[in-house]
Design a protein around this ligand. Structure first.
Ligand code: FAD
Length: 477
């Protein structure tokens, strides 16, 4: 007989989106099971992070100390040989007031280490994490998803029944299809990535030695990411027309492409490709960009790459994954945390709208960024247009590519949420039904109003603890 386990939320996937949503829901006292088909540490691409993840979400997760102890290289910004300007140009996150001071850095991470830290952190916060548990399908009853079926590595089958299932299983699993609608692929971003690892690559001079370096050349563009003093991640993103160049021996193809790109060839002139262990393989990924037609249905919500993916040139993948984890956690915590009638549709529409909006910012900006005939000033200006920001064009650009243009305090000033959570409003459960009480506490605590304008008429706003949705002031009054 199949064992059945009851819980509040099942999260499928142990990547950054899964660990974020699982932790932020478990922190509210709800029962969360997180199922991951691999045994960690496991390899993953996506190594260059943004301040919004490192200084924002990871602080809310309570994982900052572990991340600091891991000794990942500090990323202060990016250096690009891109566009009409033949010289490399550099930006620092720190030039934007949003990322001033200690919030101005991110990390370059080995994802095997980073993802394991977040998964262990989820465990530490009470999530029932089960590795080597592959979800095979969702369970549906009367039009609602009510759980998942899963098989562990010993072949034991189990059913997990839950009020909500989160699909955070990345871009290769099939579970997202159960939400209904199609995965829509971008006509514009249809690239192929080929990547490997090198030891002994050169470093840029301080203080940019931890920057990501992106270099355009005739066949596409290279990333060059310092993962430690010794190890460098090197990948090339090619237009599909160049597919023939990577058929056959991948390692030789990568070396030939490096030889075609003088700046990367120079940085690797004294380096050796790693040929054994998890970094020994030269891998290929189609990094075609896509977005699901629907992000949720009753009982099921998609987070991270399961919902959408956009071209990696500005390292937005883990930012979108962790931000969507936070947004989904707000909807789940609000739905689970109240006995009053909650309009589930409003909660998950808010999730979907905000996640789509953040995706669209990057998408629309990147379309312009791939116009290689423009220079950086016109890219900065485009960022200002896309974000509708009142800041200067260069600050708008840095805010966007640092993950901070949504004006979400959770991404740029997470400390203010933590202060409130630790303070006198600690015990309060924030929910739509309690919006009236929220207004009184806001008045008493002098809370800022910057997030109190909904992004659509009738929409919701983050609660003072950042982990629920509330009605905006004018609606509640
Ligand atoms: P994942 O990290 O894919 O995690 C999903 C997890 O679910 C996996 O551990 C998987 O084993 C598990 N899983 C899958 N199916 C099941 C199942 N049936 N049952 C249980 N578990 C399951 N992003 C950046 O931020 N910076 C970068 O520099 C960057 N570079 C990139 C370069 C390339 C070429 C590509 C293609 C992507 C890049 N990304 C980058 C994007 C980044 O890899 C992803 O956006 C990010 O990993 C998404 O996180 P996630 O948690 O949604 O999914």
């Amino acid at each position: 007989m199949t064992e059945t386990i009851e819980t509040d939320v099942v999260v499928v996937g142990g990547g950054p989106s899964g660990s974020t949503v699982a932790t932020l829901v478990a922190q509210q006292g709800h029962r969360v099971v997180q199922l991951e088909k691999e045994r960690f540490p496991r390899y993953q691409i996506g190594e260059s992070l943004l301040p919004s993840t490192v200084q924002g979400i990871c602080r809310l997760l309570g994982a900052s100390d572990e991340l600091e102890a891991a000794g990942f290289p500090l990323k202060r910004g990016g250096t690009f040989r891109w566009g009409a300007n033949p010289e490399p140009w550099t930006f620092a996150f720190g030039i934007s007031p949003k990322f001033a001071g200690t919030a101005s850095t991110a990390y370059q991470v080995e994802r095997m280490k980073f993802d394991q830290i977040l998964l262990e952190n989820a465990r530490k916060h009470g999530v029932d994490v089960r590795e080597e548990h592959a979800v095979t399908d969702v369970i549906e009853e009367d039009g609602r998803v009510v759980g998942v079926r899963c098989t562990d590595d010993a072949g034991v089958r189990r059913e997990f029944r839950a009020r909500y299932v989160v699909d955070a299983s990345g871009n290769t699993s099939r579970i997202h299809g159960r939400v209904g609608g199609k995965r829509q692929y971008s006509e514009f971003f249809r690239n192929i990535a080929l990547f490997g690892y090198f030891t002994g690559g050169k470093r840029m001079p301080a203080p940019t030695e931890g920057n990501i370096l992106a270099v355009a050349f005739n066949a596409g563009w290279f990333w060059y990411i310092p993962l430690s003093d010794e190890l460098t991640s090197v990948g090339v993103v090619l237009h599909p027309d160049e597919l023939k160049r990577i058929q056959g021996d991948r390692a030789s193809a990568l070396l030939e492409l490096i030889a075609d790109c003088p700046m990367i060839a120079d940085y690797l002139s004294e380096a050796e490709r790693v040929t054994s262990g998890p970094y020994g393989e030269v891998r290929v990924r189609k990094d075609y960009s896509y977005i699901q037609e629907k992000f949720w249905r009753p009982g099921l919500v998609l987070a991270g790459d399961a919902a959408c993916f956009i071209d990696p040139v500005f390292s937005s993948g883990v930012h979108l994954a962790t931000y969507s984890g936070l947004l989904a956690a707000r909807s789940l915590n609000t739905a689970l945390g109240t006995t009053a009638d909650v309009d589930e549709t409003a909660l998950f529409e808010e999730y979907e709208l905000r996640y789509r909006q953040e995706y669209a910012r990057f998408h629309d900006f990147l379309v312009a960024f791939y116009d290689k005939h423009s220079d950086e000033k016109s890219y900065f200006w485009k960022a200002k247009r896309v974000t509708g920001s009142a800041a200067s064009s260069v600050e708008s650009f840095v805010d966007l590519v640092g993950g901070g243009s949504s004006e979400e305090r959770a991404l740029i000033d997470a400390g203010s949420y933590l202060d409130r959570r630790d303070g006198e409003i600690d015990d309060m459960i924030w929910s739509v039904a309690e919006a009236g009480a929220r207004i009184q506490v806001q008045a008493a605590t002098g809370s800022t109003e910057d997030e109190q304008v909904p992004i659509r008429a009738g929409g919701l706003v983050p609660s003072p603890d950042g982990l629920h949705w509330s009605l905006p002031k004018q609606t509640a009054a």
